[in-house]
Write a protein that binds this ligand. Structure first.
Ligand code: PXG
Length: 439
């Protein structure tokens, strides 16, 4: 299929896109299978980013496609409030069975951003339900990404995502980020230095008093701002400090969830269980929008009081757990399980790491980092023109048949978990060629 020259590209104001650049020279995908996209001009492009970190089982997976087809003809929609349908319960049960211990209840949403809002609201409401309504503050982190809604950008730490949007939520503070090129550049896996940054939480608690703080929210590995792997013991320390002060710990696992690190969740990988765990993306292999927020029993149970005919939590979406998404989610979990994809990353992580670090020494490369099947190559920005160098790498890679992601001057790689060693070779060789040719 070709995109007709007369097609008007103006109407669609594209998200997080350089619209004018794109529309002068559009990059269109028209189909996809397993590791590859096909472009509108008939080229194959290897997907080294799992779409936007979501197509963890690769594209066009038969079980998922068939589940959606069947569901559409059987039950297209059922009201989400005061009514149910079996597949939402089936998916929730499957999810809690594979989740870290204690996270035994799930609320469904339609995206990572909605999952974040759901988690933040649940945290504040939980304290209030327990009679502790003075705990309203939320603590995020610099360079954190928690979607684009008001709560998420308030606790998030990406300046361009925040500065245009007014006062945001009040009662928010931020931990420092953990990115430390001076001490940790070119680390393979978990960095050695920086656990003490978790102690900044004690300083913030000292300032506001623990009795005003509802929750701390972090990505276990910060994805969007360039794959920032937490220093050794950092997450454990956050957990300890939260426990000491009765503060909930929220992990935003929108990227790290569903096998990205070589374990089902980052909570499993690091052995640190949060009180609330946010997921989306890989939940349905990216095919139908859906998010799931896991909560601990005691949080759920705190709401299950009062007369039984009264709604316990005034929150939810028209499409929470909708039949198509639930069917896609069930088929996705079955695909992951049948093919061992949630732990496959652990087997390939070493090969991926070696490949990635072989790029050390190429022009402009100032750091390489990795964990599981996710990695980043950080480039020295062109003086006075931040982001230009990495964006050029993105365009050059695309021309050479490779889809990468860039954020600032960082290149991120997160291929589908079905990736083979030969695919990793292609990714590294192609990226290496691109880096060698950069200005
Ligand atoms: N939390 C985290 C940790 C995320 O990475 C969201 C929330 C929001 O999810 P939704 O589904 O509302 O987009 C995300 C999304 C990138 C990139 O390449 C990352 C995301 C989305 C698009 C691009 O950095 N993360």
């Amino acid at each position: 299929m070709n995109i007709s020259a007369t097609n008007n590209l103006e109407a669609f104001w594209m998200p997080f896109t350089a619209n004018r650049q794109f529309k002068k020279n559009p990059r269109m995908f028209v189909s996809a299978d397993r590791m590859h996209y096909t472009t509108s001009d008939g080229r194959q492009v290897m997907d080294a980013t799992s779409g936007l970190w979501c197509v963890n089982a690769g594209h066009n997976r038969p079980k998922i496609v068939e589940a959606i087809r069947q569901q559409a003809g059987e039950l297209d929609y059922a009201p989400a409030f005061q009514m149910g349908h079996p597949k939402a319960f089936e998916l929730a049960s499957k999810l809690v069975a594979m989740s870290p211990t204690g996270l035994d209840h799930v609320m469904f949403t339609n995206s990572g951003s909605e999952s974040v809002e759901t988690a933040l609201k649940t945290a504040i409401a939980y304290h209030r339900a327990k009679g502790d309504g003075s705990r309203f503050r939320l603590i995020g982190r610099e360079r954190g990404y928690h979607g684009v809604n008001f709560g998420g950008i308030s606790v998030g730490g990406i300046v361009p995502n925040r500065k245009m949007f007014g006062t945001l939520l009040t009662g928010v503070d931020h931990l420092p980020h953990t990115h430390d090129l001076q001490r940790n550049a070119f680390t393979r896996g978990i960095p050695e230095h920086g656990a003490e940054l978790a102690n900044e939480l004690e300083r913030i608690i000292g300032l506001h008093d623990a009795s005003t703080i509802a929750a701390v929210i972090v990505e276990p590995v910060a994805g969007s701002t360039g794959v920032l792997v937490p220093p050794k013991s950092y997450l454990q320390k956050l957990r300890e400090i939260c426990d000491k002060h009765g503060i909930l710990l929220i992990f935003d696992e929108v990227i790290t969830g569903y096998g990205r690190l070589g374990a089902p969740f980052a909570a499993d990988y690091f052995g640190v269980v949060p009180d609330i765990m946010i997921t989306a993306k890989g939940l349905t292999n990216g095919v139908i929008p859906m998010g799931a927020v896991f909560v601990k029993n005691e949080i759920h149970d705190a709401f299950m009081t009062g007369p039984e005919h009264v709604i316990e939590f005034f929150h939810g979406y028209t499409y929470s757990g909708n039949p198509m998404a639930s069917a896609a989610g069930i088929a996705t979990m079955e695909t992951y399980q049948e093919e061992g994809l949630l732990t496959r990353g652990a087997e390939l992580a070493g090969y991926f790491e070696d490949g990635l670090h072989s790029l050390k020494g190429l022009p402009h490369v100032i750091d390489i980092r990795n964990i599981g099947i996710v990695g980043a190559v950080e480039l020295e920005p062109i003086a006075g023109e931040p982001t230009r160098r990495a964006f050029q790498a993105f365009l050059d890679a695309y021309d050479k048949g490779l889809l990468i992601r860039t954020t600032g001057d960082i290149i991120a790689l997160s291929p589908p978990l079905i990736v083979e060693k030969s695919d990793i070779d292609f990714i590294i060789d192609t990226l290496g060629g691109v880096l060698k040719a950069l200005d």
